[in-house]
Design a protein around this ligand. Structure first.
Ligand SMILES: Nc1ncnc2c1ncn2[C@@H]1O[C@H](COP(=O)(O)OP(=O)(O)O)[C@@H](O)[C@H]1O
Ligand SMILES: [Mg+2]
Length: 427
């Protein structure tokens, strides 16, 4: 469908849709759309096409897509103002963007980095929103430098990232903060004029406030930008000392997304980062594991194994012992009672964790090289307990030294099945 839009109007496109410019002058959050360039708007996303000269656009709308033409710019004047203040800061400057769910954080980050690259600043964007990450796969904190304006941060791949393994920060606060501090130091070493950090939408409640304040101070922010509807960010933004605070309202034309849409967006992102994946085998004898009992302990000595067998009255497929736990893997049909487990725990004076062959299927993992750099994500296909081999579905082609275990499980179509604690070390 062709659409002619007058100068000064904005076309809001809610995906799934694709848009190409046939003639005229259009930009998206400050990034110009080239003639003939096709831009995909994912389902659950809205992009504003600001028309600078009367333009003709070709639109392909998928199921549930919609378009809306509105008068004027949808980028608020306060965003332009904040951007001017940010671009006027001394270099290097670190800006952290906070706000609730769907408050415009990603759109503001896109807008500000676009203005910065247009002014030829060396610009880097870090995405610390685990659940709705644009840069890097879900459950990671990723970054990259920009060389030209972008319409959608999803277009950028992560140059480097840290794997957290969960899509919500509440159980992973330290991991996110440590990861960000580590990434920031690498970015500073590489040289940067403007570093923009996007965050997740968890802002209300004591825990969220504490987490966001720690992020601001421990990562070291010169400016915090808050996007708020009413006063929900006051507890986060008050009394931050030397940190400059810029508070803005959310734009009026925000499209909010349902939980289902968020999940769908994550699914698209997993798919993007598992594209061209194949099953690869890794020996537990040759790689390190992180956040997993499996592979972090040692074999039980003969006598202890005998006792384990007699206490559980079963011959486990696999067992392993760490300082605090005994991991016992049973085949699909074997069973043990609570009493037997308790007896074994009494004997070992450790937690005895029973899992079943196959429980590991679909668990999300992160792969790292020998310098501890993130290489990509993967999904556990199966564990061959007899040979101590992990079979992982992953596109990573480089040499892997460490595998970090996440908590999310995915099915074969990259749909999230839920959280798994199968190899969790602290539950
Ligand atoms: N200035 C704007 N003009 C038009 N739409 C916007 C604007 N800012 C945000 N939106 C839309 O509102 C929705 C939420 O914005 P987003 O930036 O993704 O928020 P957050 O990152 O805080 O969840 C998105 O679909 C986005 O395209
Ligand atoms: Mg966002």
């Amino acid at each position: 469908m062709k659409s002619i839009v007058e100068k000064g109007q904005t076309l809001l496109v809610d995906g799934p849709a694709s848009v190409s410019l046939l003639s005229g002058d259009v930009n998206v959050l400050g990034a110009p759309l080239k003639v003939e360039e096709k831009l995909v708007v994912r389902e659950g996303k809205r992009l504003p096409f600001t028309v600078l000269e009367t333009s003709t656009l070709e639109l392909l709308l998928g199921q549930g897509a919609c378009i809306n033409e509105v008068e004027n710019e949808t980028v608020p004047a306060s965003w332009v103002d904040a951007t001017d203040q940010i671009l006027g800061l001394g270099k290097p400057a670190t800006v952290l963007v906070v706000g609730g769910v769907d408050s415009g954080k990603t759109s503001f980050c896109t807008f500000v980095v676009n203005q910065a690259v247009k002014q030829t600043l060396r610009t880097c964007v870090v995405d610390a929103d685990l659940g709705q990450s644009d840069i890097g796969p879900p459950s990671t904190v990723g970054y990259n430098f920009l060389t030209e304006p972008v319409k959608d941060l999803f277009e950028i791949d992560a140059q480097d990232a840290v794997f957290v393994g969960s899509t919500s920060p509440s159980g992973a606060i330290n991991k996110v903060i440590e990861g960000l501090v580590q990434l920031k130091s690498r970015i500073m070493d590489a040289g940067v004029d403007l570093l923009v950090i996007n965050t997740d939408g968890w802002v209300e409640g004591e825990e969220a406030v504490g987490y966001k304040r720690r992020l601001i101070t421990e990562v070291g922010s010169d400016v915090v930008v808050g996007l708020q509807r009413t006063t929900e960010l006051d507890p986060i933004l008050g009394g931050l000392g030397d940190v400059k605070v810029i508070v803005m309202g959310s734009p009026e034309l925000i499209a909010s997304r349902s939980r289902e849409k968020r999940k769908l967006l994550r699914e698209l992102s997993y798919k993007k980062y598992l594209k061209d994946a194949k099953v690869q085998s890794f020996s537990l004898n040759w790689i390190d594991v992180e956040d997993s009992i499996l592979g972090s302990g040692g074999q039980l000595h003969h006598k202890r194994l005998q006792n384990l067998r007699s206490l559980l009255r079963i011959n486990p497929l696999y067992s392993e012992e760490t300082l605090t736990d005994v991991l016992v893997v049973l085949n699909k049909i074997g069973g043990v009672t609570e009493e037997q487990i308790e007896a074994a725990e009494d004997y070992f004076q450790k937690r005895v964790k029973i899992i079943r062959e196959g429980d590991e299927e679909g668990l999300l993992v992160g792969l790292k090289d020998e310098e501890n750099r993130f290489l990509g994500i993967g999904v556990i296909h199966e564990v061959d307990y007899k040979r101590k081999m992990l079979k992982i579905f992953t596109p990573v082609a480089e040499k892997v030294s460490t595998i970090s275990f996440g908590q999310i499980t995915l099915d074969k179509t990259c749909k999230e099945l839920g959280l798994s604690t199968v190899f969790a070390t602290d539950l």
